[in-house]
Design a protein around this ligand. Structure first.
Ligand SMILES: NC(=O)c1ccc[n+]([C@@H]2O[C@H](COP(=O)([O-])OP(=O)(O)OC[C@H]3O[C@@H](n4cnc5c(N)ncnc54)[C@H](O)[C@@H]3O)[C@@H](O)[C@H]2O)c1
Length: 250
C-alpha cells in the first residue's frame, strides 16, 4: 500500500535524470506512471514493472500541440484517468552558456517553446480530463537560478521565472475544478558527468552557501513531489516549494 495507490501520473522528461527519480519515487508509492519523453522510456518502464508497478512509455515532444494531446489521450485510453502531471521536461543542459549579447536568438525561442509553452501545452492537454474528474495535481518545475539571477544563460533563467507566474495563474484558473497547481524549485543537481565536467566549481560554490553542506541529488526532490501528488496536500495550491538544502529562503 502506498500513499499514491490508484493515481495515474504523467512525468514529462521522465526517461533520465531528475525525472527518472520522480518516476521511481511515484511508482514506489503505488502510482501508475506514464513516462513521457522525447527519448524512449522503455527501460524505465521495464524497471518500474519489475518492482510490481504499472507504467507505460510515450515518446512525446512537450512543445508540440498534437503530441501533447495524443499523450493525454493515450493515458486515458490505457488507465481511464489522469490524476497528476509533472512538467519536468526542459531545455537545460544543451542551453548555450554565454553573455546575453551572444545568446543565439533562435535558441531563446526554443528554450521558451519547451520550458514555458511545453508546460502550458501539457497542462492544457490533461485539464479536460482532470476537470471532468473534479480533481488533479499539476506540478511545474522551476529553478533556483530565478531567485539567484544566475548570469550566463538568460534565456533559461527567464523561462524558469515564467513558471512561477504560470503556476499562480493556472492555480486560480483550475482551482474551481478541484485541480491543484504548484511549483517545485530545485537547486543545482549535477546528476551526471555532463554537469560536473562542465562547471565543477558551480557545485562547490553552491554547497558552501547551503545550510546543508553537500551536493543535491535527484532523490532530494522526490518527497516533495509525492507530498504534492498525495492527499497530504489537499489544500495546497499556487505554491512554490524550494528544495535546495537551505541555499536560499523565501
Ligand atoms: N539538474 C539541475 O541542476 C536542475 C536545477 C534546477 C532545475 N532543474 C530542472 O529540473 C528538470 C529536470 O532536469 P534534469 O537535470 O533532470 O534534465 P535532463 O536534461 O537530465 O533530463 C531532461 C529530460 O527531458 C527530456 N526532454 C527534453 N526536451 C523535451 C521535450 N521537448 N519533450 C519531452 N521531453 C523532453 C530529455 O529527453 C530528458 O530525458 C528540468 O525542468 C530542469 O530545468 C534542473
Amino acid at each position: 500500500m502506498g500513499i499514491l495507490d490508484g493515481r495515474v501520473i504523467i512525468v514529462t522528461g521522465g526517461a533520465k535524470g531528475i525525472g527518472l527519480a520522480y518516476c521511481r519515487g511515484l511508482a514506489a508509492e503505488g502510482a501508475t506512471v506514464v513516462v513521457a519523453d522525447l527519448s524512449d522510456g522503455g527501460e524505465v518502464v521495464a524497471e518500474l514493472e519489475s518492482t510490481g508497478a504499472k507504467a507505460m512509455s510515450l515518446q512525446v515532444d512537450v512543445s508540440d500541440v498534437a503530441q501533447t494531446e495524443a499523450m493525454a489521450a493515450a493515458a486515458v485510453d490505457a488507465y481511464g484517468r489522469i490524476d497528476g502531471l509533472v512538467n519536468n521536461a526542459a531545455f537545460y543542459m544543451a542551453a548555450t552558456r554565454a553573455p546575453m549579447e551572444d545568446l543565439p536568438p533562435d535558441e531563446w525561442d526554443l528554450c521558451f517553446k519547451v520550458n514555458v509553452k511545453g508546460t502550458w501545452l501539457c497542462a492544457r492537454a490533461v485539464a479536460p480530463t482532470m476537470r471532468a474528474q473534479g480533481s488533479g495535481r499539476i506540478v511545474n518545475i522551476a529553478s533556483m537560478t530565478v531567485n539567484d539571477g544566475t548570469p550566463g544563460f538568460l534565456h533559461y533563467v527567464s523561462s524558469k521565472s515564467a513558471i512561477w507566474g504560470l503556476t499562480r495563474a493556472m492555480a486560480r484558473e483550475l482551482g474551481g475544478s478541484g485541480i491543484a497547481v504548484n511549483t517545485i524549485t530545485p537547486d543545482y543537481i549535477p546528476h551526471d558527468e555532463a554537469y560536473s565536467s562542465v562547471q565543477p566549481e558551480v557545485d562547490v560554490a553552491i554547497q558552501a552557501r547551503r545550510a546543508f553542506k553537500r551536493s543535491q541529488v535527484p532523490e532530494d526532490m522526490v518527497g516533495t513531489l509525492i507530498y504534492l501528488m498525495s492527499p497530504l496536500s489537499d489544500f495546497v495550491t499556487g505554491q512554490n516549494i524550494w528544495v535546495n538544502g537551505g541555499s536560499g529562503f523565501h
